[in-house]
Design a protein around this ligand. Structure first.
Ligand code: ZN
Length: 334
């Protein structure tokens, strides 16, 4: 029976995990590793819920007391035998306090299920102190605990931790698979969405919901408008500069970054890797008129703007600066 099939791909790993649902010798620590955004954490959470479910044969049943206490859709976890350690915000390290908080639970036996499951997301972002604290737990695991570490960069984990976990490698999901799933959901421009999302179905659905393509279109129009004859007049006359809020500013700068990336790829003959597959003629024209060194600087401008907006700088001011700086860049001598 297919299990966890709303998470794309990873069939071998799913089969391995399905076998762990059967009673028997189970490893007490697993590591899911592979690129970002391909469903590792989602599968870890789904597996944990199934593992703790009182009727795991139903993968999970969704109705038992255990299932009701793990609400994946709302990211709400009240289950006494389930612990999720994750970054407090994107880019943050996992701190020793977070691991210690988890260790404190070791004094208590599982309350509802036969096991406790701890998912440690972004395990490669543990501080050295946090990693050493986790290592102690892995060296003498409390009875009936199962740890699932999730990481994208194996080389950032202590070798002593790596030697105590069963490693499951997760590979990039084939683009065609994501595209097919988006198609089934009835979303427009599935190939473009799949590429912009780097193959991640969840990210692609979010991009569609946020109407990311309209921001991409605006970013493309902006690049094509350069060089500006009257920069200040342009800034004053563009409604999008007025209307984009934080979310809009983030999407615009992200799409601008992707476009700069794509034009660079085009210049290097790597057309098959571009994200914006629906506007190759326009990318080709940009590739012919932008020097590569300026494109890299334009990408830097977009990236810095993204970070500024993310740390709550006003979107309007940041975007106006992007316009003026990129325009100056475009007018520079080759
Ligand atoms: Zn259940």
């Amino acid at each position: 029976m297919p299990m966890w099939d709303d998470i794309l791909g990873h069939e071998q790993n799913k089969e391995f995990l399905a076998r762990l649902l059967q009673p028997g010798n189970r490893p007490h620590a697993l590591l899911f590793y592979g690129p970002e955004g391909i469903g590792k954490k989602q599968l870890a959470l789904r597996f944990a819920k199934t593992f703790l479910c009182q009727k795991p044969d139903e993968h999970p049943c969704g109705r038992c007391e255990s299932c009701r206490l793990i609400n994946l859709a709302e990211h709400s976890f009240a289950h006494p035998d389930f612990i999720l350690v994750e970054q407090e915000a994107p880019g943050k390290d996992l701190k020793i306090e977070q691991i210690k908080e988890m260790s404190r639970q070791a004094a208590f036996a599982p309350a509802l299920s036969s096991h406790k499951v701890c998912v440690i997301d972004a395990a490669d972002r543990m501080t050295v102190e946090a990693a050493n604290s986790l290592l102690k737990l892995l060296e003498e695991p409390p009875p009936n605990w199962m740890f699932i570490l999730v990481a994208s960069r194996l080389e950032r984990l202590l070798p002593t931790i790596l030697s105590r976990v069963i490693q499951l490698r997760f590979d990039q999901i084939p683009l065609a698979l994501t595209q097919e799933a988006l198609n089934r959901l009835g979303l427009e421009r599935p190939e473009l969405l799949a590429r912009l999302a780097g193959g991640s179905l969840g990210a692609a659905v979010n991009l569609a919901a946020a109407d990311a393509v309209s921001y991409r279109d605006q970013a493309l129009e902006f690049l094509e408008a350069l060089p500006l004859a009257q920069p200040m007049r342009y800034v004053a006359s563009q409604p999008w500069l007025e209307s984009y809020d934080k979310q809009g500013g983030l999407l615009f700068t992200e799409m601008l970054l992707f476009l700069a990336r794509d034009v660079l790829l085009w210049q290097n003959g790597l057309e098959e890797q571009i994200y914006n597959c629906d506007c190759t003629d326009r990318l080709r024209r940009l590739a012919a008129s932008w020097p590569a060194s300026h494109l890299k600087q334009a990408a830097d401008i977009a990236q810095q703007a993204y970070q500024a907006i993310e740390s709550n700088a006003g979107a309007k001011l940041v975007l106006e600066t992007v316009v003026l700086k990129t325009d100056i860049l475009r007018k520079e001598e080759r």
